[in-house]
Ligand binder design. Structure first.
Ligand code: UDP
Length: 320
């Protein structure tokens, strides 16, 4: 089997590369390193079946030979990153998705789109099932990502309906684990690095907003099952255990055994007030549910985060 992963040098992409190499696939990792890092796949570079290709999929995407699976994960994914790169974000969801779908069709490969819980926006239905159409501000600062992913979902379904392409859509809820960028602004690396540096935790707003956090290994297992499922409608993959951000701040301090306190900062515009996946579909169709609790996942990620804090404080670059 040969599997191409766009955004393969990103946080989730690199875990997928690792998983498919472990499963015996040849893996082509395509990335332009805008927010990904070559370091994320350095441990795979000596594997016989692994190939890294520096390429911007918004410009073009080609491959010699056969291809069985194409997983489209290229896109800045943290609010800080996609607001810093708004045009690139829209381009990769529009042109990048088009180029990826075209290549999948040429090769007769199964196409899997990395979509997101952000398609539900600031949801008025809670928890969110796949049948909920969302509450998205089409022109707000998050819209480049939210509408980009909604457009990419629409295009994926259009190729499925028009060309009969084998397609999958995974709606990924907040996920964390080793190889997350320490400084991408997301709440897990933000709070963990603040605790490790002895700084107060920056809780945005009153901390009453909720999120549900999935450990990366659980997510990867869900994606592999979806890829192999033959199911073309969107599937939520995430952990349904919901935390307030204030509660998460307490948990991080308890897990690391370091009490630093919190400071409140303004809530970013359009920040969703609640988020929790309804995973009934994943349970029924994929026989999947997450296994790793937030506390356990934070412990599994602790060494990585400690090493990253030392590396960055020692003068190491935060990116490639
Ligand atoms: N958040 C926070 N402090 C931070 C970073 C994030 O309170 O330093 C909050 C943010 O406002 C949001 C939640 O944590 O309500 C999750 O934010 P994140 O950027 O991780 O991802 P999102 O789920 O918003 O895409």
């Amino acid at each position: 089997m040969k599997t191409l992963i766009t955004g393969g040098a990103g946080f989730l992409g690199s875990h997928l590369c690792e998983r498919f190499i472990k499963d015996g696939h040849d893996v082509v990792c395509v990335d332009n390193l805008l927010t990904g890092s070559r370091r994320n796949v350095s441990h795979l570079e000596d594997e016989k079946g692994f190939e890294f290709v520096l390429n911007d999929v918004s410009e073009h995407l080609d491959l010699d030979g056969d291809l069985d699976n194409l997983l489209h994960f290229a896109c800045p994914a943290s609010p800080v990153d996609y607001m810093r790169h708004p045009i690139e974000t829209m381009k990769v969801e529009a042109m990048g998705t088009h180029n990826a779908l075209k290549l999948a069709q040429q090769k007769g490969a199964t196409f899997l789109l990395a979509s997101t819980s952000e398609v539900y926006g600031d949801p008025l239905t809670h928890p969110q099932p796949e049948t909920y159409w969302g509450n998205v501000n089409p022109i707000g600062p998050r819209s480049v990502y939210d509408e980009g992913k909604r457009y990419a979902e629409a295009m994926t379904m259009a190729w499925h309906r028009t060309h009969g392409l084998e397609t999958r859509i995974v709606r990924i809820f907040n996920t964390y684990g080793p190889r997350m960028q320490l400084e991408d602004g997301r709440v897990v690396p933000a709070f963990v690095s603040q605790v490790l540096r002895g700084k107060r935790l920056t809780v945005f707003g009153d901390g009453g907003q909720t999120r549900s956090f999935c450990y990366v290994d659980d997510l990867v297992e869900g994606i592999v099952r979806l890829l192999n499922s033959g199911y073309s409608e969107p599937v939520n993959i995430g952990n349904p255990t919901e935390f307030t951000i204030a509660g998460f701040a307490e948990l991080v301090q308890d897990v690391f055994g370091i009490q630093v306190g919190i400071e409140h900062l303004p809530l970013p515009e359009d920040d969703p007030k609640v988020r929790r996946p309804d995973i009934t579909r994943a349970r029924e169709i994929l026989g999947w549910e997450p296994r790793i609790s937030l506390e356990e996942g934070l412990r599994l990620s602790a060494d990585y985060f400690r090493d990253e804090v030392s590396r960055i404080e020692g003068g190491g670059s935060g990116s490639a």
